[in-house]
Design a protein around this ligand. Sequence first.
Ligand code: SF4
Ligand code: SF4
Ligand code: FES
Length: 489
Amino acid sequence: MTDPQVSFILDGREVQAPPGTTVLEAARKLGHAIPTLCHHPLLETIGRCGVCTVEREPAVLIPACSTPVEQGAVYHTGSPAVAAHRREVVKLLLSRHELACHVCDRHGECELERLVGRLGITDGSPVGLAAETFTDRSSTSVSLLGDHCLACGRCVALCDSLGWGALRLDGGLVQARSVDEPGLAGPRCTSCGQCALVCPSSALVPRSAVVPVESALMDRDRHCVAVLEPTAAAALMNELKVDAQPRLIGTLASLGFAGVVDSAWGADAYLAELADRLHRERPRAAIISPCEAVRRYVRLNRPELADWLPPESGPSQQAAVNWRQKVSPELGLAPGHCYLAQVATGTAAKEGVRRHSVDRERGLDAALTVRELTGLLRRLGMTPEKAKARGFTHLRGSRLGTMLGAPGAVADGLAVVWAQRSGSALPAPSGGFLPPAEEEREVEIPGGGPARVLVAHGGRPVQKALDRAVELSAEKGAPRVFLELYACP
Ligand code: SF4
Ligand code: SF4
Ligand code: FES
């Protein structure tokens, strides 16, 4: 038996939809564009902003994103009352957000800017009408600019859904804030940067490295090298619509990078150090993935597990250290004249640069996210079509490290390293796998017996995997536990 359908009229057209369908879903299915702000396809309904308002006869204004269609109802998605209400809502939001889009980093890719243009608004209510706002620049990875915040709640919902719970809307519901008193530098925030990806405004933004990188590129005395992560390369190729990696490398070279290094070069060293340590110390459990956000979470929230943390230098840091130690002397470059910038997918890499420069020898000078790099290329008018295809420079690794680009494959990489060392037959790699949020499997380590590998993505799965590893590692005679943990879903 088919489900009963709800019948209603939308913009003069008779429509049927399954019960529970929202007015927004029904309208979008018909191709009617209703503007939204707090609504996001990856998040549960928030229903805070009022931008998606539509009219239900007789003359009732309702939020389309959170209202299910009703039998016999008549809806108007673009009546004069609706248009006036949306404009008022957005103008109120703009009361503390100055429209200085042309000088904003998000210019051209900001949802608020698009919404304002679509509604034909040229100015907001006078800036300063709203309560005082708070800006948080305490984190090395993301900044929260209170006077740009629309209090839409997306970032709070996203961070909660990941299981980190680092954000809240403040008491007056004026803006998002960190749950921790010192701000986003506090222990709850992992620096994963996922919140900045859903912010519709310029309120949550990565701590940009564009200015220092650009000035290093313009400095004729500097030799600038980009360290490119495989996942960042894939994201850049997708973003810039480049179909071959040499063209992407050529694009980076045209920006002024004298060298472009594959971070897989450093992944060999990372795997070797990890394999040595696991062989030497034989810990009952160990985190084997180089995720900087997970490292931060464990250091600040589970300090009792700090011994499980992987080598201090992840693949990109290792590649940078290798370059400084081996290539720069060959090129006759003084250490101070070299500038190494990581190109990473996530903002946590910025935290890695800070931590490494404090705790260890100098490796990377900066970390640029894919978004920052594409923004810089666009601003300078550089397109891949103009670039000459080139290969990686200074590629001297076995490229085993490229496996680390596939989540879930670090254990495979380790198994290969151990097999090579013990002279055993190389194990068939699982080839990594497109992982679900959580995965548990057993692997045979050549000469090292069985190990249990736990793979987890996102806050809750990561926390659960850590708890499970504590349990498993306490069992007498149970296999060792290797954790591949990633903060992002
Ligand atoms: S960076 Fe990650 S952990 Fe920190 S507030 Fe944003 S989503 Fe939450
Ligand atoms: S920081 Fe961005 S996502 Fe978070 S409430 Fe403010 S505008 Fe919305
Ligand atoms: S988009 Fe519907 S209330 Fe915000």
